[in-house]
Each structure stands twice: as structure tokens, then as C-alpha cells.
Design a binder for this molecule. Structure first.
Ligand SMILES: *[C@@H]1O[C@H](CO)[C@@H](O)[C@H](O)[C@H]1NC(C)=O
Ligand SMILES: *[C@@H]1O[C@H](CO)[C@@H](O)[C@H](O)[C@H]1NC(C)=O
Ligand SMILES: *[C@@H]1O[C@H](CO)[C@@H](O)[C@H](O)[C@H]1NC(C)=O
Length: 487
């Protein structure tokens, strides 16, 4: 043992690195908010969501990119946990399996309250920063999880969904996925179908971030044009640096800049170098490129840890973020630019999405809230402010509605205890779009039955074969005997 202690100062001297120290200093104040981590998928795959299994202890969990000590070492202060169900559950048990993954995130946060703080707002993220915890949010990865139902969409919002990835590696009946651009999927919606446009509008109305990772370029453009708030790519890199269709091309990056949106860079080797091997410096090349084309305000991190089989040399797990920050500082990124990429850009986009809520909501009953100063108004995107003030003259009851938003609740109230939404936001409009969604799904189902019925036993979703993630395309659990899952 004594040799280890004796060696310590020597090791420290040898690895002394000004930029690494600077990275840690910055991250102590401004930890990283990562856009996409598939630990919940690993919990299902490895333990069938049984968190009490001794091997599933997140303090000692081995063989994953993510565990509690690694999150601490990596200064991870916010994480969108991916709630994912494979494409072959589409039109089968996707909704149930989505709920089960939401449940495992909730239980994970309850089991490790000293580490995780479950939050649903930008104010909640700031609260977690103050408490030194990992702000834990839910991102639902794949529009197939809503089963073409705006009612399901709203229910997922109530359960904590704060971003929805419009597709995974399969088309939904209303949005096309990136495999359309490689020729592996047939275009169906040419971007967004009319129902897909309703989905985007409903996400805006509710205050859910729209995630364009995994979608086709046409879907990216249609959504960037339609959304009234900035959007995110929760885990996508730059097409000009690595020509994978999962990445974002430059013309879309320019739209990202125009709309004040955000690209959170994916670390998967095959999206970084377009080969099986990659390193940290090549990830920094993507960050540099996005900064150059879309501006420093458009850059973030969405490592895709525990969702991909190969990660770059130097970025082996979630503990390595400070090394990447050190590399950006070495490349002359300013402290403000680095802080933007770490947290401030995501917070800015999330706040813009939250602030847009009243302007797109129908007249709801205004809750009896104290009038409050709009403390965040200063940080408005000017173009969004124009929309808001145009649609909401000062005396409009919706202005008061804005005060009811969790963001405006005093920080002394724990965000986890603040109601995540008020009932007025669904409003009387509720039933109508649900019916439309239902009719739409019926129509799609009829069409599929008439035209697309696959031969018996064939895989109806060949696109899933190209899934580069660990996600096995195993059979859906539909029709299997009832299992006791996730006890
Ligand atoms: C996980 O393991 C740690 C260290 O062995 C232990 O202190 C902790 O109680 C365990 N947590 C749970 C939830 O079992
Ligand atoms: C990263 O990989 C690239 C391409 O193989 C190589 O040129 C570069 O030297 C590597 N950088 C480091 C720091 O290993
Ligand atoms: C960073 O700035 C310094 C000083 O201006 C300059 O010498 C150096 O070449 C720059 N490095 C990069 C990677 O741009």
C-alpha cells in the first residue's frame, strides 16, 4: 500500500496539465448536461429492470459506460436518460414498454436520492446543480412510442417526458427516419405528414423539446421550419466531418443557427470517424465544425453512452468529459463557449421551449398564481419574444398562465414537489386530436393491411437490421406468457 501513496505526487506531476485543471475548475460550476444516455436500456437488457439485484447496484455496476462513480468523476450534472423501445415493438407493445422504461428511470432516482434528482424543467436542472446532484430527465427515443396517439403523447408528458425523438431507426406513420436517406427505408411522409405536423405542434404546446436525432433530412427541415421553439439533436454529429446519414449536414446546421437550436454531439465511433475506430481529438473536430458553421451557441454533448458498442479512445465512459473539455480549451475555445456547450446552450433552448408554452396554448383556466416578474425575459431569443408579445398582449390571461409555469415557482420549493403541469394546459381541446390520431392510426393500419402485409415470418421492419446500437432486434414480448418484470 505504501508504494501507492509514495507514487501519488509523482503521478500528479507527470500528468499535470493546465487545460485539464482548467476543465475541472469550469465544470465544478458548470457541469455537463448530456443529451442522451442509454443506461435504462442496459438495466432492462442486463437485469430485466430489477434494480434490487445486487449486480445492478449503480455504485459498483461494472461493464457499462455509466455508473455513479463515473458520473461523479465526469462532472455530469444533468442527464437526459433515454427511454427506448426497439422499432419492432411498433404497433405492438411499444407503449407498455415505454412506460416500463419510464418506470425504471423513476425508480432509479428514488433508489439513489443522494445522486439523482428527478426533474422536469430548466429550473429543476439548476436546482440539481445547486444540490450537487445529477439532474435526471426523461427523453423518449422514437415516435413509435406514442402509437400515433396525441393522448399517449400527453400522458407521456405527464409522466415526465421532456424530449421526444421523432423517430428511431424506422419510419413512424407520420415521420421519416434517416434510413430513408441511405435508401434502406422508403420515404412515407416526405418529412412530416399532416399528423406529424400535429405532433410537432402538440410538443410545442406542451413544452416538450423536439429531438431530431435519427430523422431524415426532410424531417429535420420540415420540423425546423414548423417548430415555434428551438429544437435539439440529442445525439448527432456533423455530416461534413463524417458522412453518415445519422449526422447533421451543413445546410441543416445553418437552419440550426437561424432557429437558435442545438446539436449535441454523438460519440459513437462510426458517426465520428465513419470507421470502427475513433479518438477524442476526432470528436473535438466535430465540435469545432459545428461551432464554425452554426456558432458556439449550437454545440452540446450527447455521448450516447451505453447505447453504442464502440466509443472513442480517450472517451471510454462518462468519466472522461473533462478530458474533452481540456481539448476544447487547448483549441482556444473560450470559457463562455465551453460553458455553453456544457450546460448553458441546453438550458437556453429548454427555457425557450418552456416560455413558448402559453403563446401556443388554447385559452385555459388561469390558475390562481401570484403575479411575478418575468425574470428570464432577458434571455429570450428576440424572434421568439416577438411571437410571444404578438400573441399575448399584456392583459391576456395567458400571461398569468406563464407565471404558473414550474420555472417561475420559487427555488425554495423543491422542483420534484412542484406539479409538473397544470390541468388547464390540456384544455377542452383534449378529445379532438386524440380522435384524429385514432382515425389516422386506423387508416394507416388499414393501408398497411392492404398493401404492406409482410409474408408470414418475415421481418416487417428491415430497417432495424441496420441499427448500429447494442439494441438487439429481438422479438417483441407481445403474446408471450405474462412475466413478472422489474420487481
Ligand atoms: C450499493 O453498494 C454500495 C457499496 O457496496 C452500498 O453501500 C450500497 O448500500 C448499495 N446500494 C444499494 C441500493 O444496494
Ligand atoms: C486520432 O486519430 C487520427 C486519425 O486516425 C490521428 O490522425 C490522430 O493522430 C489521433 N489523435 C490522437 C491524439 O491520438
Ligand atoms: C490558439 O491561440 C494561440 C494564441 O493566439 C495560437 O498561437 C494558437 O495557434 C491557437 N491554437 C489553435 C489550435 O488555434
Amino acid at each position: 500500500m505504501w508504494t501507492r501513496w509514495w507514487l501519488w505526487p509523482l503521478v500528479a506531476v507527470c500528468t499535470a496539465d493546465f487545460f485539464r485543471d482548467e476543465a475541472e475548475r469550469i465544470m465544478r460550476d458548470s457541469p455537463v448536461i448530456d443529451g442522451h444516455n442509454d443506461l435504462p436500456w442496459q438495466l432492462l437488457r442486463m437485469f430485466n429492470n430489477r434494480l434490487q439485484d445486487a449486480r445492478a447496484n449503480l455504485t459498483t455496476l461494472a461493464d457499462t459506460h455509466t455508473n455513479i462513480p463515473k458520473l461523479r468523476a465526469g462532472f455530469v450534472g444533468g442527464q437526459f436518460w433515454s427511454v427506448y423501445t426497439p422499432c419492432d415493438t411498433q404497433n405492438q407493445d411499444a407503449v407498455r414498454r415505454t412506460l416500463e422504461q419510464i418506470d425504471v428511470v423513476h425508480r432509479m432516482c428514488q433508489m439513489y436520492p443522494e445522486t439523482f434528482l428527478y426533474v422536469t424543467s430548466s429550473a429543476g436542472i439548476r436546482q440539481a446543480f445547486q444540490e450537487g446532484k445529477v439532474a435526471s430527465l426523461i427523453g423518449v427515443e422514437g415516435g413509435h412510442s406514442i402509437d400515433s396517439s396525441l393522448g399517449v403523447l400527453r400522458a407521456l408528458y405527464q409522466l415526465g417526458m421532456r424530449y421526444l425523438t421523432l423517430t428511431h431507426n424506422c419510419n413512424t406513420p407520420w415521420a421519416d427516419n434517416w434510413l430513408v436517406d441511405t435508401g434502406d427505408s422508403k420515404p412515407q411522409s416526405q418529412g412530416l405528414s399532416p399528423f406529424g405536423q400535429r405532433v410537432v405542434k402538440e410538443l410545442n404546446r406542451l413544452g416538450v423539446l423536439i429531438d431530431l436525432a435519427h430523422v431524415s433530412v426532410a424531417t429535420m427541415k420540415a420540423t425546423l421550419q414548423l417548430s415555434r421553439a428551438p429544437v435539439i439533436f440529442s445525439h448527432s454529429s456533423a455530416y461534413s466531418v463524417c458522412a453518415s446519414r445519422r449526422n447533421v449536414p451543413d445546410d441543416v446546421l445553418r437552419l440550426v443557427k437561424q432557429t437558435d437550436s442545438l446539436v449535441m454531439v454523438n460519440f459513437y465511433n462510426n458517426y465520428i470517424s465513419c470507421t470502427n475506430k475513433a479518438n477524442l481529438s476526432q470528436v473535438a473536430d466535430h465540435l469545432d465544425h459545428i461551432k464554425e458553421v452554426a456558432g458556439a451557441r449550437a454545440v452540446g454533448f450527447g455521448g450516447d453512452f451505453d447505447g453504442v458498442p464502440r466509443v472513442p479512445e480517450g472517451l471510454e465512459d462518462v468519466s472522461k468529459y473533462p478530458d474533452l473539455i481540456a481539448e476544447l480549451l487547448r483549441r482556444n475555445w473560450t470559457e463562455a463557449e465551453v460553458k455553453g456547450a456544457l450546460a448553458n446552450n441546453l438550458l437556453r433552448v429548454f427555457e425557450a421551449v418552456e416560455q413558448l408554452v402559453p403563446s401556443v396554448s388554447r385559452l385555459g383556466t388561469c390558475m390562481a398564481c401570484r403575479p411575478q416578474v418575468f425574470s428570464h425575459e432577458k434571455s429570450f431569443n428576440p424572434s421568439l419574444k416577438i411571437i410571444l408579445t404578438t400573441l399575448n398582449p399584456h392583459q391576456c390571461p395567458e400571461r398569468q398562465h406563464l407565471n404558473c409555469h414550474p420555472r417561475n415557482v420559487p427555488a425554495s420549493q423543491s422542483p420534484s414537489r412542484v406539479p409538473v403541469t397544470d390541468l388547464s394546459r390540456g384544455g377542452w381541446e383534449g378529445a379532438r386530436p386524440t380522435l384524429e390520431g385514432w382515425e389516422f392510426r386506423q387508416e394507416v393500419t388499414r393501408r398497411q393491411e392492404a398493401e404492406l402485409e409482410p409474408p408470414r415470418g418475415a421481418d416487417p421492419h428491415p430497417g432495424v437490421q441496420a441499427d448500429p446500437k447494442l439494441h438487439p432486434s429481438g422479438p417483441s414480448l407481445s403474446g408471450k406468457p405474462l412475466e413478472l418484470r422489474g420487481l
